[in-house]
Design a protein around this ligand. Structure first.
Ligand code: AHR
Length: 501
């Protein structure tokens, strides 16, 4: 099978915001406790944070991390997580049927983020609480001193404010499962009033309102229209979420789901433009795709825990073990964000450690990289620069979700400073290799092309504690450069990164 692609240095989509490679940590299952925080672990530092996990997070190079939820935030009292640990209350977390001792709060998370080289993105509770809690939290986190909340922070050991710029106004408020769920009108008004109050404190904050939890929600996309009508002037981004499932074990259908993601981004972009037009606004609200990943491997099993009568500390829920097929999917999802980087400025893989995550840990034992760690790491390291508008001509197939799905999923990024162009390419055909001829226009004379390949004969192959290196990137041999023509051979069902320098 053959494909032709053209890349031109002047045909750009946008300069990619590095926050496209963001991540997410929620007080959920073992993400925080025995994930990033385990005081008794042999690698734990003086504040109880696992150094082995920090090392893997640093290697991943995710620039920003959303915290503390997720559904958890909608019944969370941030004040429970400050002051001496022995005085912090144990609460019932209604979202995940868990006991929460609050030993990790804003101070511990901020220290961890600093050690991991990560910017914080914080969420406020607009479910069980509201504007007042939000303004106190922002004052505690961002005000230098001389006020009640900022002085309390200083008394609790942190002299300088953390200067957090990016704030989520609640989480998935369209979902009936959410504590304090609201109608679009109610939520839009609350988000707008909260945004106004936070802007009165600091007009430079970047504020994110909740869009839809997924594009099959009955309220989508009217939800976005109503929420934006209420809040457009005072916010910067609208948040979208989507999780990818393959219950039917149909790889062709599964790998076509990024078409649905692309449609979702396109529709919400249209709604943003509609509201912008109605308001005669000059401002462009952007999309923060702050929860995305494959999530289905453990969902049915976890339901039993969530429906039971048991309340546990950090139950091992949402611990999806990812396979090689998921590598292909994560590659296609990231490519979609790169191609849509004019609209999507922030995206967060959900989540970072243990809970639907690229990094897994064993309590008291090792930490390791799941299969999906690798496509994320490659994109985060090499997918920074200018996203290219590629012309792609490739045979297609029809799937349940969309007709005419290209067997080749490809995105290109030009790093003008480094003088390199990087392509991320997935062959969605399981039976034939793809011979790709790629014409590079106006990039100068390329000297070399390197090929990094992720492939396994078994789509179900996983990385486990016992065999952590089953699915790893290898050096590929499928890329050649001749003048300004790049030729590459992509094996059936494979992920490739080709870097031209
Ligand atoms: O990431 C897991 C959960 O998925 C989050 O708590 C929620 O926002 C979403 O439904």
């Amino acid at each position: 099978m053959r494909a032709r692609v053209t890349a031109h240095a002047r045909y750009a989509v946008a300069d990619i915001d590095k926050r496209l490679y963001g991540s997410f940590l929620e007080h959920l299952g073992r993400a925080v406790y025995t994930g990033i925080y385990e005081p008794d672990h042999p690698s734990a530092d003086a504040s109880g944070m696992r150094q082995d996990v920090i090392d893997l997070v640093r290697e991943l190079d995710t620039p920003i991390c959303r915290y503390p939820g997720g559904n958890f935030v909608s019944a969370y009292n941030w004040e429970d997580g400050i002051g001496p640990k022995e005085d912090r209350p144990t609460r019932l977390d209604l979202a995940w049927k868990s006991l929460e001792n609050n030993h990790v709060g804003i101070h511990e998370y901020a220290d961890w983020a600093d050690k991991a080289g990560i910017e914080m993105m914080l969420a406020v509770n607009l479910g069980s609480r509201g504007l007042d809690e939000a303004r106190s939290f922002v004052e505690y986190v961002n005000h230098p001193g001389g006020s009640y909340w900022s002085d309390l922070r200083r008394k609790n050991g942190r002299e300088d404010p953390w200067a957090v710029k990016t704030w989520c106004l609640g989480n998935e408020m369209d979902g009936p499962w959410q504590v304090g769920h609201k109608t679009a009108r109610e939520y839009g008004q609350l988000a707008n009033e909260t945004a106004k109050a936070l802007r009165a404190f600091d007009s430079d904050l970047e504020l994110i309102v909740c869009g839809s939890s997924h594009s099959d929600m009955p309220t989508y996309p009217q939800w976005e229209a109503t929420v934006l009508e209420e809040s457009y002037d005072n916010i910067d981004h609208i948040s979208l979420h989507m999780y990818f499932e393959n219950y039917e074990k149909n790889t062709a259908n599964f790998l076509a789901l990024p078409e649905k993601l692309d449609r979702y981004i396109g529709t919400v972009s249209g709604v943003i433009d509609f509201v912008k037009g109605k308001k005669r606004s000059k401002k462009d609200v952007k999309i923060s795709f702050d929860e995305w990943n494959v999530w289905y491997h453990t969902r049915k099993k976890d339901q039993l825990y969530l429906e039971g009568k048991d309340w546990q500390y950090w139950p091992p829920i949402l611990e999806d073990v990812y396979n090689f097929e998921d590598v292909l999917q994560v590659g296609c999802i990231l490519n979609t964000f790169i191609r849509r980087s004019d609209r999507v400025r922030i995206a967060c893989i959900a989540q970072l450690v243990n809970v639907i995550a690229p990094i897994m840990t064993q309590p008291g034992g090792p930490a390791w990289r799941q299969t999906i760690y690798y496509p994320f790491k490659l994109a985060s390291h090499h997918g920074r620069g200018t996203a290219l508008q590629l012309d792609v001509d490739c045979p297609t197939y029809d799937a349940d979700m969309a007709a005419g799905v290209s067997y080749l999923d490809i995105a290109g990024v030009h790093d003008g400073d480094a003088g390199s162009v990087t392509f991320f390419a997935i062959n969605r055909n399981g039976s034939e290799p793809l011979e790709v001829e790629l014409s590079l226009e106006r990039f100068g004379t390329p000297k070399s092309a390197s090929h990094t390949l992720i492939r396994h004969d078994d789509l179900e192959a996983t990385n486990t504690m016992e065999a952590p290196d089953t699915v790893v990137p290898q050096e590929g041999s499928g890329a050649k450069i001749d003048g300004s023509t790049l030729s590459m051979t992509l094996p059936p069902y494979s992920y490739s990164m080709i870097k031209v320098e």
